[in-house]
Design a protein around this ligand. Sequence first.
Ligand SMILES: *Cc1c(COP(=O)(O)O)cnc(C)c1O
Length: 410
Amino acid sequence: MKIKPVGPIPDGFSTIDGQLAIAGRTASDLVAAAGRTPLFVYSRDLIGRRVAALRDALPARIGINYAVKANPHAEVIKHIGPLVDGLDIASAGELAMIRAAGMDPARVSFAGPGKRDDELEAAIAAGVTLNCESEGEAHRTLTIGQKLGKTPRMAIRVNPDFELKGSGMKMGGGAKPFGLDAERVPALARELIANGVEWRGLHIFTGSQALSSDAIIEAQGNVLKLAGKLSDQIGAELPKLNLGGGFGIPYFPGDEPLDLAAVGAALGEYLEDLPGGLASSELCLELGRYLVGEAGVYLCRVIDRKVSHGVTYLVTDGGLHHQLAASGNFGTVVRRNYPVAIATRFEAQGDDVVNVVGCLCTPLDRLADAAAMPHADIGDLVAVFCAGAYGASASPVDFLGHGAAAEICI
Ligand SMILES: *Cc1c(COP(=O)(O)O)cnc(C)c1O
């Protein structure tokens, strides 16, 4: 069988007693503490280090928001909330989660198409900033604000006429369900301001999962130019501009980490020469996976080792019901291996070639294909890295009834 490489294991992990260690604790220890597999482990230390690296690289004026959908685990929100400048949510459900985690809704903005009236009501009542996705939604917001006797805080999400190149998930450029086409923004903004809303400016999100600093720098330049033009057309300075994010992490063989220093330096240069309408605007980025993705590991246990037509399968108790993206069934065309390792034999040589699969009764449930791994047997633990974002909350947990994974934040 031709060996297929696995993705790069992120920095920040170590080996203790031959095992993968996360924040100084072995995989076996962590599983014992949680009481079971499969298990997501999120490291507070790694999240904190990532935020610190961003603060180091970015100009002080650039705020950092956390996109809660990347990982809405309560302990993760509680840890990251105080480290960042704001939280971005995409539903009233996420609003309830961040409130349950003790976060102040005044630091929150809410983007997403299809906000229901009850969601708008909850957000207005809580003082959340609404990033408006259409004229219709804006008008519903005004009506609900009047009914509640409360002034809504409103920004407009712009559907820009460009996109983040090389982005894993394109969310700008051409017809989109997200945001208002750029040329219609000034009229709506003037209407909202005339209606006496608390005007919070613009939100321009151009894409996700980009590893090229050049592409991010280009998109940010375009965002600043567009925001400057729109603020001129609106005829008022922008109180705030959310520049979007899109910072990616390496998942697959050959992926290189984003050059954060280059992005920070380019932003510094842009700030020297901002369009007039942005002179005193609050500026922020909104990041999800870049903040938490590499800080999470998914651990599952080998339940069976079997051979079929000469191919060895390690069958685990995990799978795509917790880690849809690692199985290759979430936004990828060609299936490539995530970073996967045998956690309980982390230092051993990879002299076995195996398919690591999940326990679901579908051929889609693959965690690693033709991977060179140390010889593993029943009882060993498999680690899937880059599991801190879009894992537990973005996988079809009810499919086949195996139930949810445990999650711990250490
Ligand atoms: C999903 C999303 C994000 C976060 O994307 P990441 O790739 O996790 O950084 C940020 N902003 C908006 C509007 C989104 O939809």
